[in-house]
Write a protein that binds this ligand. Structure first.
Ligand code: ZN
Length: 273
């Protein structure tokens, strides 16, 4: 039989149980929802304070990340970037992208790609190389950060570790609030998620300024080796496409370097105009 939970109880379940729920001896607190912890509140406070200290472009990006784990992960990485680096590497606007498309530098890049593709075709008869010629907008980069699984997992690890760190009572007792904040910054800096993020920090992908290309190997209309992480060991490395792509790129051009080592992407090469 389905019973409708009465409104106030439903609200309590949503908001968390009130503080003093007394348990008689031997009773186990099986499914009591905890009130919002001090660590949780401290985390919100620190995220706000540190977020406000960032370059305005990074602040804007954080505002576009609704999930707290994904937002905290982005904050951790933005804190390591200087304002100068953010200015210099930030994804181009539509106007900047179209100005670039009518530049000689853009034509040079296309010529380099043609050279690489021709060499690859000679190296692997019957196959052809495709390069995605895109300038990945800030919006597209943000969309990836908000949806890709590895960011959710890494952010979840970070939230758990941050709450544990902030719940440490020795921090509360001995530290002034500014010491606590700087220790928290140190924690964020040192934390390394087990799950490696597989997409770039929003705004700072090399694809945002046409400074990288993703290649894929085709046969007729079929993708033989595409830009899918789980296919790397079998399809790229063991089947030899990683090496063939590297050889084609290194022989036909001197303007690329790669592939991307971390996260490992055998299809991703940086381009230096
Ligand atoms: Zn790429």
């Amino acid at each position: 039989m389905i019973r409708i939970v009465s409104f106030p109880l439903f609200l309590l379940l949503l908001l968390g149980w009130p503080t003093a729920v007394s348990l008689s001896a031997g009773q186990r607190p099986s499914r009591i929802l905890q009130p919002r912890s001090e660590a949780d509140s401290a985390l919100d406070l620190y995220m706000n304070v540190l977020g406000a200290s960032l370059h305005q472009k990074a602040r804007g990006a954080l505002a576009g990340i609704p999930s707290r784990p994904r937002r905290l992960l982005a904050l951790k990485y933005y804190l390591n970037r200087t304002a100068e680096e953010i200015e210099r590497k930030w994804a181009w606007s539509q106007a900047e992208a179209s100005a670039y498309r009518s530049s000689g530098e853009y034509q040079d890049a296309l010529r380099e790609l043609v050279a690489v593709r021709s060499y690859f075709a000679m190296l692997s008869p019957g196959y052809r190389l495709e390069a995605k010629v895109e300038i990945r907008s800030f919006g597209a980069q943000l969309g990836k950060w908000n949806s890709v699984g590895s960011i959710g997992s890494a952010g979840g690890e970070l939230i758990t570790a941050a709450l544990t760190f902030l719940a440490d009572s020795s921090l509360v007792v001995t530290d002034s609030s500014s010491n606590r904040l700087s220790r928290f910054i140190g924690f964020l800096h040192d934390f390394e998620p087990k799950q490696m993020p597989t997409v770039a920090l929003p705004g700072l992908s090399q694809h945002g300024q046409f400074r990288a290309f993703d290649f894929r190997v085709m046969k007729g209309g079929r993708v033989v080796a595409g830009t899918v992480a789980r296919t790397i060991p079998a399809v790229w490395d063991r089947a030899g496409w990683t090496e063939k792509l590297r050889e084609a790129i290194c022989t036909a051009s001197r303007k690329f370097d790669g592939p991307l080592p971390e996260p490992y992407e055998p299809w991703h090469y940086a381009y230096h105009p």
